[in-house]
Write a protein that binds this ligand. Structure first.
Ligand SMILES: Cc1ncc(COP(=O)(O)O)c(C=O)c1O
Length: 306
């Protein structure tokens, strides 16, 4: 989107206006989809990254599924036209009634808590296969608040509690068809993906009914010039090699899933604002605009005083 396009858009729709470039989103989706050396990975777009319904429709048309973390996100996905079975629902600390509602809708359920697993087993037994979110105890992510796979994180069931998962699953006859892990967002060190993958492969040996492994996300995009970026082809090839090897040892072909958010949409959007006033103080020039943190918490916007 060049400045002329942005100015034309501002004239047509007024300001402030969010504008997204569909081509950027499509290109990022395709780049990620093709990065895994011939493996047909399933991508579930993490809609928390940007929940504009037209962006969801665009990604649905590209063939994406959805990663939803609340029942509201599930409903938004359905409204955008996704089928229930295209949605992976990964709640954390929600009331069990929300999980019951999601089950009645028919989405994939990803459980990240032993007590929820007990409740699920007690009510549903082996009637619906489920996925288990594992906490791999890996500290990764751009900063503390988006590092969610470490030992003190509230997300996932500890890698060291897998024996409890197996015991509960046996007791209630629960079918576990997937294992999931998401260590954090904005991951700086790509080796983290491989360390996490190795842990999932090890965990998978405890679960004979798996049909997929979900490696979450965390692919890094640039926020400013010179920023570290995940070299997706490089890491894709390494993960694909290790995954093929794992499937051989497991004895069956499984599906490989990811749930990218930022990687797909971060570079696609602009907030167009109108400069309202210029204020010169003794030290600084401030440009006032007709928007605020209510529209963009991190106010790094392209401003045009035209
Ligand atoms: C469970 C889960 N999956 C996927 C994502 C998307 O991560 P990213 O935006 O880094 O791609 C998040 C982000 O917080 C998440 O919590």
């Amino acid at each position: 989107m060049n400045n002329k396009t942005l100015l034309d858009t501002a004239k047509k729709f007024g300001t402030p206006t969010y504008v997204y470039n569909a081509e950027t989103i499509q290109n990022q989706y395709t780049k990620l989809k093709n990065a895994f050396d011939g493996i047909d990975v399933k991508l579930h777009y993490a809609l928390k990254a940007l929940n504009n319904i037209n962006v969801l429709r665009l990604l649905k048309n590209e063939g994406s599924g959805l990663d939803a973390v609340s029942i509201e996100e599930v409903h938004l996905g359905l409204r955008a036209g996704f089928e229930a079975n295209q949605i992976m629902y990964t709640p954390n600390c929600v009331d069990f009634t929300e999980i019951e509602e999601a089950i009645s809708i028919g989405v994939h359920l990803n459980i990240d808590n032993l007590s929820t697993l007990e409740k699920f087993g007690n009510k549903y037994g082996n009637t619906i296969p489920i996925c288990i979110r594992i906490n791999p105890h890996i500290f990764a992510g751009g900063h503390n608040n988006i590092s969610v796979g470490h030992i003190d994180s509230k997300f996932g069931i500890s890698f060291y509690q897998l024996k409890h998962v197996v015991r509960i699953a046996k007791h209630y006859n629960i079918v576990i068809n997937g294992l999931h892990m998401h260590t954090g967002s904005d991951i700086l060190d790509p080796d983290v993906f491989l360390r996490g993958a190795d842990l999932l492969y090890e965990a998978a040996n405890e679960f004979p009914d798996l049909t997929f492994l979900d490696f979450g996300s965390g692919f890094k995009v640039p926020y400013k010039e010179g920023d570290i970026v995940t070299e997706i082809e490089l890491i894709g090839k390494k993960i694909a090699d290790s995954f093929r090897n794992f499937c051989k040892n497991y004895g069956r072909e499984l599906e490989l899933w990811f749930e990218p958010g930022k990687y797909i949409v971060s570079e696609s959007g602009k907030l167009i604002v109108q400069a309202t006033i210029i204020k010169q103080t003794t030290s600084t020039v401030f440009v006032g605009v007709n928007s605020g943190q209510n529209h963009l918490i991190r106010m790094l916007v392209l401003m045009d005083s035209a």
